[in-house]
Every structure is written in structure tokens, then in C-alpha cells.
Design a binder for this molecule. Sequence first.
Ligand code: ZN
Ligand code: ZN
Ligand code: ZN
Length: 161
Amino acid sequence: MENAKRKVKRDKCPKCHHDLKRIVSEKNGKPYWICQAPTEVCDSIYSERNGEPLLLIFGDADPTCPCPDCEAPMRMVKGGQYGDYWSCTAYPQCKGTLDIMPDGELPPPCPEDEAHGPMRIRPGKHGKFLGCRKYPECTATLETDGSPSRHKKNDDKEGAI
Ligand SMILES: [Zn+2]
Ligand SMILES: [Zn+2]
Ligand SMILES: [Zn+2]
């Protein structure tokens, strides 16, 4: 019985643009997506989220970008839900990640203590801001351009510029 859902899906391999095919593992019943290109061209496999392939591209380990948690080299991951980011190569033992600023650079280090490492990009009521990765132990915040945060809990009544 043909019961195909005619729904537009992100079902092209982001590496080689061949079609992806959904497979359900006989071992554990979990679905995953494989690239249809010949394996010598591309051997990508993608896990699934919400019925669609999770198209993450993992870059090579970059020793110039050490993990702030374990100092292993990190690698860039493209296509994440919230954009590109750095992921620790020791994953899954280490879940260290670093955000990437719109200009492609790492966020500035925590202004309270540089040992806290680069800050994280966080969504806020008034737009994005930078928060310390050691939150809630450290509550330092910065504007996304690295200037001191304007978003205080009690806005003083100087008014907008
Ligand atoms: Zn491919
Ligand atoms: Zn790490
Ligand atoms: Zn901090």
C-alpha cells in the first residue's frame, strides 16, 4: 500500500546534495537517514529529529580552538538548530560547546573571570546578549558587541537615547 506523505522535507545531503533515504534500524527501531551517493563519494549518515534528518556537518578538529571544559581541540559544527557552533571532539564524554558570533569569531571571555572562557550567546527579552558559560555561578553579562550590558534588572529611568 502506497501511503507516502507528500510533504516537502529537507532530504538532500548538505555535503554532496544527493538524496537522503530514511532507514529504520532493525536493531533498535530508530530511524536514521543515509546519503544515497556512492560511499566513495559520501558516506554521511544523519540522525532524525521530528521526522526530518538532522543535517549537521562536522568540521575537522582545530587545535587552535581548545575546549574550555577539557582542553581537547574543538571542531566546528554547521547546520545546528541555532546556527553554527564549536563542539568538543571528546563528545560524548565532554559536552563542551562554544558559540560563534555573527562575524565568525568566538564571543569575548567572561569580564568577571577570563578562566570562565568565552561567553555564550543567549536570547533575551530585548534581543540577544552574552552570558557567562558558568551561569548560574557567574551572572556576568555583556552586549553582543562586547560592551557592558544595558539590560539591568532595574532599568534606571534615564530613558532611551
Ligand atoms: Zn552525501
Ligand atoms: Zn571538552
Ligand atoms: Zn563568568
